[in-house]
Design a protein around this ligand. Sequence first.
Ligand code: FE2
Ligand code: FE2
Length: 423
Amino acid sequence: MTKEKVVSVINKLRDLPSSSLIVKGILETIENPQSSMEDLNKIISKDQALTAKILRLVNSAFYGFPKKINTLTQASVILGFNTIKSLCMSILAYDVFKKQNRDFQGYFYGIWEHALGVATCSKYLASQKLPSLKEECFIAGLLHDIGILIIEQFFYSDFLDALILADYEGTSLYNAEKAKYEVNHCTVGEILAHSWNIPDNLKDCISHHHELEKANNFDLVAIVHTADILCKLKKIGGCGDERNVKFKDIHPMAKKYLNLNDNNYIPLLLSLDSEIVESDGLYKIMFGEKPTQANFNKKENSERKKVLIIDDSSSVRDIVRNVISTEGYRLIEAENGQEGINILKHTKPDLILLDIVMPEMDGFKVLENLKSNPETKDIPVVMLTVKTQKEAVEKAVNLGCNAYIAKPFISSTLMKKINEMTK
Ligand SMILES: [Fe+2]
Ligand SMILES: [Fe+2]
């Protein structure tokens, strides 16, 4: 993933197939400072789904208008042309990426859920600190991680590799991206913001929500930065690095600004519960019911090859599930050796991924058990472990393992190995 490749992908977004002509038209109207609400209205109304979404959102509890708003013109009179433009841009941004029609789910909905959570929490924080900034904070929250969405959609294996590194190092996705690539989700988002002419305040938030000290719009960015971390602490949506985020990751400048400390942040987290209910409501407005992984897999479960992972780390299991689902495999999960052995009494996977360092029964014992059992001895076993010492590798090979992959692994290496061994 290089800056050049990102720029080329973002430029291509402008030349999407004919179904997205409306998207192109809307973007051009939004970008043109001469355009009026009437121009925007004309083009939006050609897309009934988008019109319906905007009206549902405007009529939702979020805005809390007593009377039903039936047309975009009415909405723009009440909310202002700029708010409608920003709202439209946010919905569009997610719609554009959703149109990629992949046959695996990936992290798309988790990222959306996180964005909605950050949007509603930002609005809440603004209502306490600077009410005039509420709507701006909401939109900035929706768009702050738009770069992650681009990376997840167009550079999926790079995205997974950054997540694997983040998990291994116990750090955030942002830090892992910075260590691994020339660009990160903030710089990628900034390229999109520039290309789409997204207003400067929102662009600032997209670029600097992890580097508050560089922000030009301090109030806005400090609020979204804090809401981002609070949502991760509450595990609202996300893409898998939430478990590595701590309260101390809130920038000292933001803590000072919002008067947050070790004693008062827990009550704040609790008070965000009602905001979360609201963001769930908004999610339904935009997407309907949450899809399940099964909706995304073209093949029936019975046709898909099965991989059993025996690993006590839920984050590794999550990442592996996302890696192998790109090629239609199904993951069966066991969080310890005994559970893995029990599962094998009922089902025969095409391959086993086996961790070594696990509580109670370690991977060596599991391997010994599998290879001495006539029912399981022919199932290929790939060790997936942080143990890279020569003795550990030799021991596993002697016990009959078929391949050895060290953590942090590269997603394409793992996939290649699985493909090779399940042919
Ligand atoms: Fe971020
Ligand atoms: Fe975020």
